[in-house]
Design a binder for this molecule. Structure first.
Ligand SMILES: C[C@H](O)[C@H](O)[C@@H](O)C(=O)CO
Ligand code: MN
Length: 418
């Protein structure tokens, strides 16, 4: 029996064919583009060290929605629930503070064994893992500095933490057969006017060089570095600025991480992708939604998310751009936050894959900017939703807002009992 989804799919296929767009190829390609979901949406970046310390480093999760994950078992269960509602390939991005251990482990002493359960779980679920050292929420980062700290002992501690993190990342890559992207973000910065900026940046550069000095096969592990404009309490000076890391990634041949919330309010990372890709081999994206500041709101299917997807797809950057998410909203159901944001990223990728790019490129090359604008606008209302629904159906995932019902049931039966 032909369902209404099938009918819509057939009509959409024919409609896109008029623009020389093959919807089947678009779906095949979409299945090769994993989105790395960040574990920290599930518990407001608290982690499982159980030290009772607050979230520091100039980042903040606001809200107090009930039911957040309190341990790794709960977090994995929540992730499974979210992932069941998101079609297509996914990865999981872990921070070092999400280790599992019966006894306290210092950050510079973390080992692969502390993440063995995550690896087993990822293997069962067919997921790749990515990783991050956690250079915040710790007594030795309390004064706002880690890798660029003036005290060599404190610097050494954070260097060792990042080195230990790389070994864990490589372990993920080896065990799961897919390279883990390990992103280094440090909160280092100052609240007020800073005199010796050079010294901080020189120390950060030297510390990072030590961190990455051990060669690790790219088959298993990729280093990435993430810049930032400012953080709460570090409004005047951030050691790891955009220029710092662009220079660092270019000269050291690491990946560069662009976080959508880490620039001036009218600056967009979509426009930075084509520049960065000329100078670095790999990019990591932290797709986020800054609302007036680096607020890490859940991403929408908005112009910037779409523009990011267009840049990846139009330039065929499939193997060079690693799509990660970075938002943490504690004011709404956390599983719904993952589902909304990750589905939006995937919808944006699908819409980009359905774009008649060859035709648009030709109009641009011919100087017909009127037609370029007209077609860019017209194709927004082509029936991409029908293609999305078929994609969801093929992956056994709710096509529309029915997914919310499942989240509500889980909230009632699981989250509300926490
Ligand atoms: C927890 C994340 O690693 C962190 O959000 C970092 O990526 C960042 O964006 C800090 O503002
Ligand atoms: Mn980020």
């Amino acid at each position: 029996m032909t369902t209404s989804t099938d009918q819509a799919w057939n009509l959409a296929k024919a409609r896109y064919a008029e623009f020389n767009v093959d919807v089947e190829s678009a779906l095949t390609l979409l299945d090769t583009l994993p989105v790395s979901m960040h574990c920290w949406q599930g518990d407001d970046v608290a982690g499982f060290e159980n030290t009772g310390g607050a979230l520091t480093g100039g980042i903040q999760a606001t809200g107090n929605y009930p039911g957040k994950a309190r341990n790794a078992v709960e977090l994995r269960s929540d992730l499974e629930q979210a992932m069941a509602l998101i079609p297509g390939p996914k990865r999981l991005n872990l921070h070092a503070i999400y280790l599992e251990s019966d006894t306290a482990v210092e950050r510079n002493e973390i080992e692969p064994k502390h993440f063995a359960n995550w690896v087993e779980w990822a293997r069962q679920k067919g997921l790749g893992l990515d990783f991050n050292p956690s250079c915040f929420s710790h007594p030795l980062s309390a004064d706002g500095f880690t890798l660029s700290h003036a005290n060599p002992e404190i610097r050494k501690f954070w260097i060792e933490h990042c080195q230990a993190s790389r070994r864990i990342s490589a372990y993920f890559g080896r065990e799961l057969g897919t390279a883990s992207v390990m992103n280094i973000w440090v909160p280092d910065g100052m609240k007020d006017l800073t005199v010796d900026r050079f010294a901080f940046r020189e120390r950060l550069m030297t510390a990072l060089d030590e961190v990455i000095s051990e060669k690790i096969d790219e088959k298993y592990h990729l280093d990435a570095v993430e810049s930032k404009l400012f953080g709460i309490g570090a409004e005047s000076f951030t050691v790891g600025s955009n220029e710092f890391y662009l220079g660092y990634a270019t000269t050291r041949k690491t990946a560069l991480c662009l976080d959508a919330g880490h620039f001036h309010p009218t600056e967009v990372i979509s426009d930075k992708i084509s520049t960065a890709m000329l100078f670095v081999q790999h990019l990591l994206l932290h797709v986020s939604r800054p609302v007036r500041w680096d607020s890490d709101h859940v991403i929408l299917l908005d112009d910037e998310t779409q523009a990011i997807a267009h840049e990846i797809i139009r330039n065929r950057l499939f193997d060079r751009v690693h799509i990660g998410l970075d938002f943490f909203d504690a004011s709404i159901n956390r599983i719904a936050a993952w589902v909304i944001g990750t589905r939006n990223m995937k919808k944006a990728l699908l819409r980009a894959l359905l774009e008649p790019t060859d035709m648009l490129r030709k109009l641009e090359a011919d100087g017909d900017y009127t037609a370029r604008l007209a077609m860019l606008e017209e194709q927004k209302s082509l029936p991409w939703q029908a293609v999305w629904e078929t994609y969801c159906q093929r992956h056994n995932v709710p096509a529309g807002s029915e997914w919310l019902q499942t989240v509500r049931q889980y909230e009632q039966s699981v989250l509300s009992k926490r």
